[in-house]
Design a protein. Structure first.
Length: 131
């Protein structure tokens, strides 16, 4: 088994903006020269999230998350961002084969910026392992 570590950088804005990553992840998987395996996707920080979802369902997901964890009513100013990140998760693992993520057609991997920021530099780590 071989492993590769990769790092993606993004400039984000928010709150609640979704940035597609699937093409970038598949490009990094391709560079590793592995035929199949797993890629663990990790958004560094306490408030981002990684979302894997059918693209057409993104709007409904976003509405449900906002309804479940509203912005107002918290003692800590961005507690909602921490909670949204925790509920959705900062890490996901996806199998790949022949440089492609094994996700159904129409599915995307998104980086979710939960905080109200502009031009915020974010890091996504990829741990790619396989044969």
């Amino acid at each position: 088994m071989k492993a590769c570590l990769r790092r993606l950088e993004l400039l984000t804005y928010g709150p609640m903006n979704y940035f597609p990553l699937r093409t970038r992840i598949e490009s990094e998987v391709s560079k590793c020269g592995l035929s199949q395996g797993l890629v663990t996707i990790h958004a560094r920080g306490a408030t981002p999230a990684i979302v894997i979802i059918y693209s057409r369902d993104l709007e409904g997901f976003d509405e449900a998350l906002k309804k479940m964890i509203p912005v107002v009513g918290w003692r800590h100013g961005n507690a909602y961002a921490h909670l949204r990140s925790t509920v959705v998760s900062t890490t996901k693992t996806v199998p790949f084969k022949e440089d492609k993520l094994m996700l159904p057609s129409g599915y995307e991997v998104y980086f979710l910026e939960t905080r109200p920021v502009y031009n915020h530099r974010r890091i996504v780590h990829l741990y790619i392992r396989g044969i």
